[in-house]
Design a protein around this ligand. Structure first.
Ligand code: PLP
Length: 393
């Protein structure tokens, strides 16, 4: 009998991938499936970014790169951070990793162990809780409420901090709700955190520029008083439609004795060595090149967002607040008479619409479903029609 450690049995999943597999299997059986399940842009990576990767390969960039990323790529992240936040960070604090998830993995591993508590958003990206449980730390859900526009509540978050709290995970704009936490609430939260210097903060800002209706994201980088315990997660996946390239970056503190940056660099040496060079050259082109494709994509998301919200609110038993960021709608389905997960599964099997049940994002996800509007307007309208027919049956 082989013996594996219990931590692996505590690892969770991202159900979006299971739904994608089931939707693909049904499509192979000849079923017509509209997929609003997966959280990735339906656009291709802009061509000039693809060309930069091809050029890097042709130029012979085939070997290992530094574990923390090419200096040129880290410097590109410095420029991008200055543009989007107004904050100047040092390339010495920037780490290039294979996607956004490895930052989560590294930060949670660094602070999680039995006896520790880690605060994470609920509903939220499912990997936070999964990784916390992997480390043996206690996951402490921070409620993200519809009546609060799916923003963080500073008071509720601060009330959950104990002497055992090691890490607080924040995410705005948020998956799965599309919520954007207002600047004033973030300021209040940071003010409160000053009384808890033992708490590190992981701010997942991967949807930072994906906001609507004039809403803007306010980065935690704006607060020098927490910079020595702040880790900012970001990456190329969503903004430049590069989910499959596995390119992410994070900004780490580099001082005050904890040497977090050096710890994550060492983890990289041990786990993945480095990120492949062509992707890193593509990453530079993404940041420094024209942003027209990004703007076009955001205009398309904005139009679809309006169609989804209007369409959902016209359905019996469903209400949907207008998401201010990312590319998800998180409608309340509690008045349909269906449990959320059952509804999601019935919609896939019977109506051919793939989406995710809210409980896959946490305890407070009951009563909701998540639709990704990273799909064509035509497909979104087809999905809405099918949901309507299904609910009226
Ligand atoms: N953080 C959030 C909130 C996400 O929604 C996702 C992807 O869905 C990630 C991080 C992970 O991004 P990546 O695909 O770059 O690992």
């Amino acid at each position: 009998m082989l013996h594996t450690i219990a931590a692996f049995d505590r690892l969770g999943e991202e159900n979006a991938f299971a739904v994608l597999a089931r939707a693909t299997a049904l499509a192979h059986q000849g079923r017509d499936i509209v997929n609003l399940g997966i959280g990735q842009p339906d656009f291709k990576t802009p061509q000039h970014i693809v060309e930069a990767a091809i050029k890097a390969l042709r130029d012979g960039h085939h070997g290992y790169t530094p574990a923390n990323g090419l200096l040129a790529t880290r410097e590109a992240v410095v420029r991008r951070t200055l543009t989007t936040t107004g904050v100047e960070v040092s390339p010495e604090n920037v780490m290039i990793l294979p996607g956004g998830k490895p930052t989560m993995f590294a930060a949670i591993l660094m602070f999680g162990e039995p006896g520790a508590e880690i605060l994470y958003p609920d509903p939220g990206f499912p990997i936070y809780r999964s990784m916390i449980e992997f480390t043996g730390a206690a996951p402490v859900p921070v409620p993200i409420r519809e009546q609060n526009g799916f923003a963080f509540s500073a008071d509720e978050t601060l009330a959950l901090i104990t002497p055992k709290t090691r890490l607080l995970i924040l995410n705005s704009p948020a998956n799965p709700t599309g919520g954007v936490t207002p600047r004033a609430e973030i300021e209040k939260l940071v003010k409160g955190l000053e009384a808890h210097p033992h708490v590190a903060i992981l701010s997942d800002e991967i949807y930072d520029v994906m906001t609507y209706d004039g809403e803007t994201h306010f980065s935690l980088l704006n607060f020098p008083q927490i910079r020595d315990r702040l880790i900012v997660l970001n990456g190329w996946s969503k903004t430049w439609a590069m989910t499959g390239w596995r390119m992410g970056w994070s900004i780490w503190p580099n001082d005050k004795g904890a040497h977090l940056y050096d710890k994550v660099r060492k983890l990289a040496v041990n786990c993945w060595s480095c990120v492949n060079a062509p992707s890193q050259y593509a990453g530079i082109a993404a940041i420094d090149g024209p942003q027209d494709d990004v703007e076009k994509m955001m205009r398309a998301f904005d139009n679809r967002r309006k169609i989804v919200v209007e369409g959902l609110n016209a359905l019996p038993g469903i209400s949907c607040i207008t998401p201010k960021g990312a590319f998800y709608a998180f409608p309340n389905v509690s008045k349909t008479g269906w449990k959320a997960k059952k509804l999601a599964s019935a919609l896939l099997e019977d109506a051919g619409v793939a989406l995710i049940g809210g409980p896959d994002f946490g305890i407070l996800g009951e009563g909701y479903i998540r639709l990704s509007y990273a799909n064509s307007e035509e497909n979104i309208l087809r999905a809405l029609e099918r949901i309507e027919t299904f609910l009226k049956k």
